[in-house]
Write a new protein. Structure first.
Length: 61
């Protein structure tokens, strides 16, 4: 997803809520410094770990 889409955000948040017990961590790939703040806040509000990385190669399984 590129840019901001409110409808996508709402659907994503709903899905996260429904699958909360099945999710260990959500990896967000972005080079934007703005995306480092948002996931930190969401982690506090949802208790779902969100990690921001700049490349797929940084994902730790």
């Amino acid at each position: 997803m590129k840019g901001y889409d409110n409808e996508s955000r709402v659907k994503w948040q709903k899905a996260l809520g429904e699958m909360k017990n099945q999710i260990d961590c959500v990896w967000i790939i972005s080079t934007s410094s703005l995306f480092k703040i948002g996931p930190s806040v969401m982690t506090l509000l949802t208790n779902i770990k969100l990690k921001v990385i700049s490349s797929e190669t940084q994902i730790i399984y």
